[in-house]
Design a protein around this ligand. Structure first.
Ligand SMILES: Cc1cc2nc3c(=O)[nH]c(=O)nc-3n(C[C@H](O)[C@H](O)[C@H](O)COP(=O)(O)OP(=O)(O)OC[C@H]3O[C@@H](n4cnc5c(N)ncnc54)[C@H](O)[C@@H]3O)c2cc1C
Length: 407
């Protein structure tokens, strides 16, 4: 007896939507199951609502190398459905894009809902909302149906595109791992990735909201430098965030599992110690009788001045030109080695993606088909692969979703 549907896709996030759209384009009868009452709940909040669709990295090898984990697994998916294909797909839907700093690509409209609405139009007749897949029914190494709160549904093939565990309020609460595991798949322990970092020092609160560009951040454990990053950092009420922090947060989390971790921030990486020393001397002597608290505006953003003065143990009322050699030296070191102690990394509620998921060894990278269950496929964040911020995580959803759709 043939099934009513050729494919059942579980999850209407970016990966599930692409699977459904491309399977349908091939002429297949599809059924998209989503437990929320709308599609793309997480997609709607990507890029702060602007949706960083992809990254303008046309070279395949370079693109694969950007992924933090298991990038090679994506080689075939990207060669079948590239960054260019992504842009063409959205352009055909009437969504034009623009390239911003760091090759990040956004819709011209700066509105993630534009993508959601256009994709919804393509699958609206094939979706069942508020439908939660609770169990996948297997007969030997073949799936014969899915059990949901709305009854049992069957198809020839099944695609799990339920996302990871991050931002669980968007629907991706790790359900998919249990479903995959019940079918015999190995799940690499999921951990929050691309998260802000909490620090011990209370003075960060005074800097909350301050973003700094072109700074260097070195991560130390037991006196040894473990990582070094250059770029943009943001202070928060509880610690630090911003691209350079978020992108190495998982590595920091792994270090923290072993021992204490310190961050040294070089606020003036373009200036060597002697050059910065000369610069401080010059600025302070030009400031003459002004208090030190009113003399550093050429060197630092205003909110950082009182903090730098306090950390350098200088009296803020002291006259700039009369600052002792020791005080100047202390200021120099504060600016080159602003030190923070990491207490913890953010949790699932503020992780952008998941590190971990279905073991790539059990998925065929050419088709996204399970090597364990005949008629099962995976797409998107549920797979144990992730990239840095910058559009890489959505690109992996588009490409793996495409492959699962046409396979
Ligand atoms: C705040 C934030 C900002 C981000 N910004 C960007 C960005 O700008 N660029 C970028 O590249 N990446 C970004 N990401 C990452 C990106 O959003 C994810 O990588 C992507 O959404 C994963 O897509 P997915 O389809 O695999 O899973 P999801 O988007 O999580 O979708 C999975 C869907 O499956 C449904 N589902 C789960 N379990 C079941 C079940 N049992 N039954 C039925 N349905 C189920 C869920 O409700 C959900 O709708 C961001 C993430 C966050 C949290």
């Amino acid at each position: 007896m043939s099934n009513q549907y050729q494919k059942i896709v579980i999850g209407a996030g970016p990966a599930g939507l692409f699977t459904a759209i491309f399977a349908k384009q091939k002429g297949e009868k599809i059924f998209l199951i989503e437990k929320n009452n709308c599609i793309g709940k997480k997609l709607a909040i990507t890029g702060k609502g602007r949706c960083n669709v992809t990254n303008n990295t046309p070279d395949l090898k370079e693109l694969v190398a950007r992924y933090k984990k298991n990038g090679k697994f994506l080689y075939h998916a990207f060669s079948e459905f590239s960054v260019e294909d992504t842009l063409k797909f959205f352009s055909n839907l009437g969504i034009e894009t623009k390239v911003e700093r760091g090759n990040r690509i956004f819709p011209e409209s700066d509105d993630a809902y534009e993508l959601i609405e256009k994709m919804y139009a393509l699958v609206k007749d094939d979706i069942l909302f508020n439908c939660d897949v609770q169990e996948i029914l297997k007969d030997g190494n073949h799936i014969e149906g899915v059990k949901t709160n709305k009854g049992k549904f069957t198809a020839d093939k099944y695609i799990i595109a339920t996302g990871g565990k991050s931002y669980p309020l968007t629907g991706s609460n790790g359900d998919g791992y249990e479903l995959a595991s019940s079918l015999g798949h190995t799940i690499i322990t999921p951990k929050p990735a691309l998260v802000p970092i909490e620090t011990k020092e209370p003075w960060v609160r005074e800097l909350a909201g301050l973003g700094l560009k072109n700074i260097r951040m070195d991560i130390y454990q037991n006196g040894k430098k473990q990582l070094s990053k250059f770029g943009e950092l943001l202070f928060t009420h509880t610690g630090i965030s911003g691209p350079i922090v978020i992108d190495c947060s998982r590595e920091i989390g792994n270090l923290l599992e072993k021992d204490f971790v310190k961050v040294l921030i070089d606020l003036k990486p373009a200036l060597s110690y002697p050059t910065l020393k000369d610069r401080i001397n010059k600025d302070l002597s030009e400031a003459g009788n002004r208090a030190i608290k009113n003399s550093l505006s050429q060197l630092l953003p205003s909110s950082l001045i009182p903090v730098a003065i306090k950390l350098s143990k200088i009296d803020p009322e002291e006259k700039a030109s009369q600052l002792s050699k020791e005080s100047k030296n202390s200021l120099l070191h504060t600016l080159k080695e602003l030190t923070l102690t990491i207490t913890e990394i953010g949790d699932w509620n503020n992780a952008i993606v998941t590190d971990g998921g279905v073991d790539i060894k059990e998925i065929d990278p050419n088709t996204m088909q399970s090597k364990i269950v005949n008629n099962l496929y995976f797409a998107g964040e549920i797979i144990d692969v992730y990239g840095p911020t910058g559009g890489y995580n959505l690109q992996l959803c588009w490409s793996t979703g495409y492959l699962a759709g046409i396979s």
